[in-house]
Design a protein around this ligand. Structure first.
Ligand code: PLP
Length: 397
């Protein structure tokens, strides 16, 4: 089952001026990430045999499955936001600069005192916040839906964080986390914005742009982007907005065609494009997808205008495509490399499989740059973060 929407509000040269988007001028993210122990650019893989089978020119996969050893791109956002938060605190109190090296310096951190960081998550963002807090020697409280799979809860506890299980959806976890942070004086590191809270999700979004910055000189040239179409998944929209911002800033109207991918049961971006008049709307779905990281009911109000202005096309699809994509990555054709992709991680390929193989989408496909010579970029956003279900899915013939 698939739903599609072409976006009439998409602009040829999107820009996000004004004070509330001034953070988009910052550019120290790749340098910060390079300073972290264990940093390495994630691999860029090519799948020529699959491209030929799907009638495309090239398929490139930026594989975030091993990012910082925590199996998802989310570490880029949480670490950068927590660095910027501490830097801001430092600048309020001390005259010396706070640099990426200060972030590793226990004496500097001691001067700042202790914090309890908290975050709501379907898994990966919370693990990234817990991982960063542990590196900083600080506490983390992570809010998760009570029906989260055990492996994702244990991954977070394994980083030394306390997990609070909330009866309800991710969106309820965001509310609970924000309320508890205000009551207890904790610092929320939320990847979605809400009333009065935009700075940290803005830094998280910027942190994700390192994924695309790593492709400069490898896939992307200074004048030519080198690809025709990019598919990015959306949960609250931070990653989708990071891609929109990166490609718009560097390539303007020559940016690649951007496709936003979501599960049908949490298709809040697609619903907003289809039924809204420019404002974000909630999904009507029940948020039950196996693509746990994408189970978000409302777009982040910070990410939404960026996604709305830059994406011409939105696709929502059922879990069957995600399972098919995980198996396709796991059992590659001919000499294509193997990719270990979790449920949310596989969503870009899932969308591509839907677009290239579903007869119901033939007319839609004809309107997209998905022909014989087309060059497509996907991001595998996570590895096997739930190894038990991963095994079950990929071992099904
Ligand atoms: C693996 C994975 N992919 C994609 C996403 C979507 O990112 P965002 O919520 O920034 O849209 C998430 C979010 O948690 C995720 O964990």
């Amino acid at each position: 089952m698939c739903e599609t929407a072409f976006n009439e509000l998409c602009q040829p040269r999107p820009e996000w001026p004004g004070e509330e988007y001034s953070f988009l001028k910052d550019s120290d993210m790749p340098a910060f990430h390079r300073s972290l122990p264990g940093y390495a650019p994630t691999p860029l893989l090519e799948l020529p045999a699959l491209a030929a089978k799907l009638g495309l020119g090239e398929i490139h996969v930026k594989d975030e499955g091993q990012r910082f050893g925590i199996k998802a791109f989310k570490a880029l956002g949480a670490s950068y936001a927590m660095y910027r938060f501490l830097k801001k605190r430092w600048q309020e109190r001390f005259a010396e600069p706070f640099t990426p090296a200060s972030f590793q310096d226990s004496k500097a951190l001691e001067k700042l005192g202790s914090f309890t960081f908290c975050a709501a998550t379907d898994g990966n963002h919370g693990r990234a916040v817990a991982w960063t807090a542990k590196k900083l020697g600080q506490k983390a409280m992570i809010y998760m839906p009570a029906d989260s799979v055990a492996a994702r809860v244990e991954n977070i506890r394994g980083e030394g964080a306390e997990v609070v299980l909330v009866e309800g959806t991710f969106d309820l976890c965001v509310e609970r986390c924000a309320a508890d942070a205000a009551r207890n004086g904790w610092q929320a590191i939320s990847d979605t914005a809400y009333a009065g809270y935009r700075e940290i999700p803005g830094w998280i979004l910027l942190g994700y742009t390192t994924i695309f910055a790593e492709l400069a000189g490898v896939l992307h040239g200074p004048m030519k982007v080198g690809i025709d179409l990019v598919i990015l998944p959306a949960g609250v929209g931070g990653l989708a907005a990071a891609g929109a911002f990166y490609y718009s800033r560097h390539y303007g109207a020559r940016r690649p065609y951007l496709v936003c991918a979501e599960p049908v049961s949490s298709d809040c971006f697609l619903e907003s494009v289809r039924f809204g008049k420019g404002e974000p709307l909630p999904t009507k779905g029940r948020q039950t997808s196996i693509m746990a990281g994408l189970n978000c009911g409302v777009p982040s109000p910070l990410a939404w205008p960026i996604v709305r202005d830059a994406y011409p096309f939105f696709l929502a699809f059922g879990d069957g495509y995600a399972e098919q994509a995980m198996r396709q990555y796991y059992r590659p054709l001919k000499n294509d490399p193997q990719v270990i992709a979790g449920e949310s991680g596989s969503s870009g390929l899932a969308a591509l499989l839907a677009l290239t193989t579903s007869p119901k989408l033939a007319e839609v496909r004809a309107r997209l740059p998905l022909g014989k010579g087309s060059r497509v970029l996907l991001v595998n956003t996570e590895g096997d973060t739930d190894p038990v279900n991963f095994k079950k899915i990929v071992e099904t013939p």
